[in-house]
Design a protein around this ligand. Sequence first.
Ligand code: NAP
Length: 503
Amino acid sequence: MAFAITQNCCNDASCLSVCPVNCIHPTPDEPDFGKTESLYIDPRNCIDCGACADACPVDAITRVSRLGPDQAVFADINADYFADKPVESEWDVPRFPLPTINELSEVEVAIVGTGPAACYAAQALLRFPRARITFYDRLPTAGGLARFGVAPDHMGTRRIGEHFRTVFTNPRVTMKLGVEVGSDVEHRELSERFDAVVYAVGAERDRRLDIPGIDLPGSTSARKLVGWYTGHPDVPADAFDFEGVERVVLVGNGNVALDAARILTADPADLEGTDIAPHALAVLRRSSVKEVVLVARRGPAHAAFTRSECQALVDRTNIPVVVSGPVDVSARIADLPDSSAASALSGLDAVEVGDLPSGRRIVFSFGRAPAAVGGVDRVESIDIGSGDEKRRIRTELVLLAIGYQGSPTLGLPFDQATSSIRNAAGRVTDTEGIPLEGAYVVGWAKRGATGGIGHNKMDAEETVDALIQDMAGRTRQPATRRRTPFNRVGAWLPLQAPSRGLS
Ligand code: NAP
């Protein structure tokens, strides 16, 4: 018997460091690390000790014998990863180098943002006993996408918030919530006050889709929906109403689209006791949504969702999932290897989107790009595909789930191609690649809007390594000696009331 890693895996590799037999892969030293959608336990080498399950911050690891019927598939998914790898593995022993903590003098770091990337950066910095951190967030509540991005029914993943809470309440951490860097305080001021400023600002804009009709009322972003059902302070409680809405079309089939489809089709009773915003649950109880269609411009081999998220959706017994697309769509799905994300859709019925079903269902439409949104005063339909493959889908609501991007609002060098802050291994650089002293970046602002929560851990550690190297070799005086003693209540920010801790 062995343990298995399930759908919630956050990829932050906490489990790896406690496994006594090194049976969890890929490790950070292996080429696959960061490329697989989850980590996997080799059932042939697992000794069933459970240390990984205790260390997992998101409750993603379970003894195989205790996997419920909807999770049984994860035993195979874990085993599959090792199918072409030898039992007597030649894995390297994982390396977890301890930082040289004694060489560093006092270091004062501002971290802009309080989401997962910010928290992993803080965790890495707090290993240095003389590091102190001040978090800035424009919102009155900390947590970023851990709070306002992770789906409210993914309770295991949302446990990461508890893990991060220990960072926010660390005595060497100060919280400045409700302070917007770029308007209330400028980067220049922060860089004068702190030894280093780490930007963990994510990707706050929606990608734009330039097709006719896209700005009609009834066409909006999936980000807004996510903010609405997670209770984001920027999204009003009355932003959505699904009374009279029978079909929702989501453009894109990444995990954001899957989350939205799952919430919109869920039985409201199943959402009770989750972290869903009460106003959203009240509206969903009155919803008349019967069908959610996910429109992908490419075929099943290029699905953007992860296999585990899709499998969990398909395994939900009460909502049928079907596929749609050019005639050979089912055959193309059937031909996919097990490792392919859309193999989770294998064997499902193929339909033409047209008449509404009697109950609720989810349709994965492939190979037809959105071409135009139709309607007079508001959305009435969306055209997808072209030529013989062109289809018109009647709908009252179009949600764009085509990804996020950053913006050059902070006055920091910005790379338009990747929609991220220009950087080299986390050091913010100018267009010539020259590092800007004391400026660093982590997370989606560093690498673009890809990857789930755990991907931010190694990424943040890379940035903190660079920061620490720079601090160890710095020539200018530490911030603590350049100015009056550190002021925990932030009197130098007269615009803002002091704030601390989670509100
Ligand atoms: P994503 O994974 O990048 O998916 C974007 C989708 O939009 C793709 O299907 C893409 O199709 C499509 N798209 C992009 N531009 C388009 C255009 N011009 N026209 C039509 N379709 C277009 O983005 P996401 O869903 O926002 O997720 C962002 C990241 O967060 C991902 O790494 C995701 O895995 C992660 N995330 C994870 C979870 C989870 O683990 N539960 C939950 C939410 C988000 P193409 O492939 O053809 O470009």
